[in-house]
Design a protein around this ligand. Structure first.
Ligand code: CA
Length: 234
């Protein structure tokens, strides 16, 4: 793939926008800068970027409004949220609304580039598979076989309860992406499950114990404090 990928940066703070655009150019992406939500949407329609970096605090439209307009379109493009540290609940809302990932200000170039690469990879993979779900996911020495309903770690098969397996399956399918507590609860227990984060935490603790995960130095599943969980990309 020699063609440069276009990345739309919707951010009203010039210093941050310039910093991001310079980093993107230096790393073989083609940046497009918009300083407002409306300008961002119009550049989105005229240029069809491969990925959108979206600040939530914009002068005209709410960043969440921009996100919901982008999500209402047939062409799916990964959106990475640029969030201020004090806007935790907005960030979670954006992830629930289908944003792919987030970075928190101030962030470094390497972190931003890693998130971009990971989102583009995930979307490329989705496009290739065209919605066909893979059956087997591998992270390090861990294999989650969805068709066989089996989890192998090294040489050993590890047994999970039905809900524990559902959580692992969900994290594996979306490996690399942070999944919010609500997203996981709804997919595992259903919209009317009446479940709380507590039951999810208990299940996650069991999963980690069975995988001999040390929560302070995880090998497979990372905790995104106050947001949810992320499984390492395979
Ligand atoms: Ca802003």
């Amino acid at each position: 793939m020699s063609e440069k990928r276009t990345i739309l940066v919707i951010e009203d703070e010039h210093a941050i926008s310039n910093f991001i655009c310079r980093a993107l150019s230096a790393n073989d992406y083609k940046p497009l800068a918009a300083a407002s939500g409306k300008e961002g949407l119009s550049l989105f329609f005229s240029h069809g970027p491969d990925l959108v970096l979206l600040d939530l605090g914009l002068p005209d439209l709410d960043g969440l409004e921009v996100l919901s307009q982008l999500r209402g379109l047939p062409q799916e493009v990964p959106v990475i949220i640029i969030s201020a540290r004090d806007r935790e609940s907005e960030k979670v809302k954006a992830l629930d609304m289908g944003a792919d990932d987030y970075v928190v200000k101030p962030f470094g170039v390497s972190e931003l580039l890693a998130r971009i690469r990971s989102s583009l990879r995930r979307f490329d993979r989705l496009k290739v598979n065209q919605g066909i779900q893979r059956d087997v996911y591998q992270v390090k020495d861990l294999t989650v076989d969805i068709a066989k309903h089996q989890v192998i770690q090294g040489e050993d098969e590890i047994h999970f309860t039905q809900n524990e397996f559902k959580i692992l399956e969900l994290l594996a399918i979306h490996a690399g992406k942070v999944l919010t507590y609500d997203f996981i609860l709804e997919h595992v227990w259903g919209p009317y499950g009446g479940s709380s984060n507590q039951i999810l935490r208990v299940n996650m603790a069991n999963i980690r114990r069975k995988l001999k995960e040390n929560p302070s130095a995880p090998r497979y599943i990372y905790t995104e404090l106050g947001i949810g969980y992320r499984m390492l990309e395979d």
